[in-house]
Design a protein around this ligand. Structure first.
Ligand code: PMV
Length: 328
């Protein structure tokens, strides 16, 4: 039996624009995780074709690889990993059992995390070394089934399990967080498939390319500014931690306003953003695909409790607290 797990993730800056080549920043969230366990079948059950089984425990779904739908990302993760390991599907008989505490369709990377856990559990089970980049490439293929035209940011941050500066088509650059900062992650409780918002932004961009490209460029510039703020250290001239936090909060607000202009916010997200700001958050924005899912609020130890209470009062169904550091 072999088990592997993978964290959730949040996008700090740059969602949607990242699909069009702009930079984005994302970090793992270790409070929520997906886990996959490979369990060998009894010897008498081995040897028959199609005996690889997927058991999604939380969804109470159990099915064999041979019966999986063509667009099933979990089955694709298993097939591609066996291909990569050069193991024939028909000579194997095992169950891949999956469980996850990452809310689905909410911008926390649940699909990519489950598939990452599957790839790693299989590699461990068959004693095969696999690099972060190889895991990420396999999971990217599964993301295409879920998202249509993904940028690759989710599979990258989750497979590398560290903060990344990401530009589509380029190797990810891990970045160093100079001063840890605290975020609240509040869930609207509304499931919103990323494929739909990404598709809507694409349609809008096709109708008015100039307008949308200008918005993407502005979002990319904010990602760059945020990276400078996050990676500056005390050793840098003119660095004042409190000022850096205020600047980071402003960058979040600007990014949220641009996401509104892209058409991917919603009254519920705007309501949570406003509630967080009113309660003393230094900044707030939606995170991920939008129209539902999660938003982020930048808080300090002094404001954390009051912002959390305000978010719940405003309708958040769950509020997680996470500290962004290098050691996620
Ligand atoms: O998986 P989500 O909902 O966090 O969204 C991914 C981020 C997008 O930029 C909206 C899409 C993408 O592929 O980068």
């Amino acid at each position: 039996m072999s088990t592997a797990s993978a964290p959730g993730k949040i996008i700090l800056f740059g969602e949607h624009a990242v699909v069009y080549g702009q930079p984005a920043l994302a970090v793992p969230v270790t409070q929520v995780r997906a886990e996959a366990t490979v369990i060998e079948k009894a010897p008498k059950e081995k040897g028959k074709a199609g005996e690889i089984e997927i058991y999604a425990r939380d969804l109470r779904r159990r099915y064999t690889l041979s019966k999986a739908a063509a667009n099933d990302p979990l089955a694709l993760a298993v097939r591609l990993t066996l291909d990569f390991l050069q193991l024939p599907i028909t000579n194997n008989a095992f169950t891949v059992s999956i469980t996850s505490t990452i809310p689905r369709a909410s911008g926390l990377g649940s699909g990519a995390a489950v598939c990452t856990a599957i790839v790693r559990a299989l590699a461990t089970h068959f004693h095969a070394p696999i690099t972060n980049s190889q895991v990420s490439s396999i999971v990217f293929e599964t993301e295409k089934l879920l998202h249509g035209t993904p940028s690759g940011i989710d599979n990258t941050v989750i497979a590398y399990n560290q903060p990344v500066w990401f530009i589509k088509g380029q190797p990810p650059e891990p970045f160093t967080v100079a001063e840890p900062f605290q975020l609240l992650i509040a869930d609207t409780g509304i499931a919103s498939p990323t494929k739909i918002t990404v598709g809507d932004v694409r349609a809008a961009w096709q109708r008015e390319p100039k307008k949308y490209e200008a918005l993407f460029n502005e979002i990319g510039a904010i990602s760059g500014m945020a990276r400078n703020i996050i990676t500056k250290t005390n050793a840098d001239e003119n660095y004042v931690p409190a000022v850096a936090l205020v600047a980071l909060g402003m960058a979040m607000k600007l990014n949220h306003d641009l996401l509104i202009s892209l058409g991917v916010s919603s009254p519920e997200l705007d309501n949570l953003v406003q509630a967080a700001l009113n309660a003393g958050a230094l900044g707030a924005k939606l995170s991920g695909g939008g129209r539902g899912g999660n938003m982020l609020a930048l808080v300090t130890p002094e404001t954390s409790a009051q912002v959390e209470a305000a978010l719940k009062q405003a309708g958040a169904v769950r509020v997680l607290s996470t500290t962004i550091t290098n050691n996620q």
